[in-house]
Design a protein around this ligand. Structure first.
Ligand code: NPW
Ligand code: ADP
Ligand code: MG
Length: 282
């Protein structure tokens, strides 16, 4: 396996051109957060804003509106049960996050169908959490994806559901075979997360991060960092951008982990702008 090094940050995170504006840094829509799991999509959208995305819209259950705007006034809101509004905002996005806290009910299934069947070829989609579980149960939806258009971010059980490889059998060789069959990027999240890129024979591996990250919402937060990086660093190679986002998420956690027993997703989110700024000054 190829280890991801800190130098990836300088390759991807660049000083911003003076004559730039929010439209240059990505239009992102994060879709998820049902009545019970609203925090997941608020963490995803927050990480996205704090990691530098230009414009972030959060499509979620309408009960999450006040909480979203209290925590994150920078985000715009769409009631995800209003399919015409959802579709209108979906088509404007460069990058889509689908799944954090979406749940598995009929509405969630219909949202997945709507989103996947209306993707345009130039959009990238991050498929996480409930959306992975729903696609594993309905693999026909995978045919809507152009090769390399999606980034799946499963934890080990979600990967088991999607790939049919039992957790104990998830060795790099089998994971790579399953990723090639899928035709998409797979970020297999765990201690020393592994990234399976379509273009690379060898998986890339994180060697930072640790159990201080084992808190609900940590993966939801990663989706936001990833979307922000894809949206704003689109001139760098896609594999580098993905590796840099995954590295940044764990690097911030490991920095906070020096003095904290647990590194909460909200604390990681708050630290992102400072961490990214230090990177360009190094
Ligand atoms: N604040 C919020 O709103 C939050 C909302 N969230 C949202 O909830 C939705 C469901 O996501 P989920 O990950 O919580 O549940 P699910 O997909 O059923 O997986 C759990 C099952 O897998 C098993 N398991 C085995 N290995 C594992 C591993 N390495 N990592 C994790 N699990 C592992 C595990 O085994 P057990 O712990 O029971 O032994 C259990 O049986 C999703 O949309 C997510 O975004 C969460 O982010 C939390 C904060
Ligand atoms: N022991 C650990 N070492 C390193 N990273 C961890 C550890 N436990 C959890 N993580 C990280 O936390 C995140 C968990 O993702 P996930 O299970 O999807 O969380 P959630 O769905 O609650 O947001 C992943 O990025 C994973 O790599
Ligand atoms: Mg998750």
């Amino acid at each position: 396996m190829e280890q991801i090094k800190q130098t990836i940050l300088n390759k991807v995170i660049r000083p911003r051109p003076l004559h730039s504006y929010k439209g240059n840094y990505g239009r992102i829509i994060t879709i998820g957060g049902n009545y019970n799991l609203g925090g997941a999509i608020i963490m995803s959208a927050s990480a996205c804003v704090y990691a530098g995305a230009g414009l972030v819209t959060c499509a979620t259950d309408k009960h999450n509106l006040n909480a979203l705007h209290t925590r994150l006034p920078e985000a715009m809101f769409v009631d995800y049960s209003d399919f015409s509004d959802l579709l209108e905002n979906l088509t404007k996005a460069d990058v889509i996050v689908l799944g954090p806290g979406l749940g598995l009910d009929k509405l969630a299934q219909n949202i997945c169908q709507l989103v996947l069947s209306n993707l345009s070829l130039d959009q990238l989609i991050i498929i996480d959490g409930s959306a992975i579980t729903l696609l594993a149960a309905n693999p026909g939806l995978l045919t809507y994806l152009k090769k390399g258009q999606a980034i799946f971010t499963p934890h080990e059980m979600e990967w088991q559901r999607l790939s049919q490889i039992k957790i104990a059998d998830q060795i790099p060789l089998k994971n790579k075979q399953a990723q090639l069959k899928l035709g998409q990027t797979v970020i297999l999240k765990k201690y020393h997360t592994e990234i399976y890129h379509p273009e690379c024979d060898t998986p890339h591996q994180l060697t930072i991060g640790g159990p201080y990250m084992a808190t609900g919402g940590m993966g939801d937060t990663l989706t936001g960092v990833l979307a922000a990086f894809l949206g704003q660093f689109s001139s760098a190679p896609l594999t580098d951008v993905i590796d840099a986002a995954v590295y940044t998420h764990s690097a911030v956690a490991s920095k906070l982990g020096v003095n904290n027993y647990v590194t909460l997703p909200s604390a990681i989110i708050a630290e992102l702008p400072h961490f990214m700024n230090c990177t360009i000054k190094e």
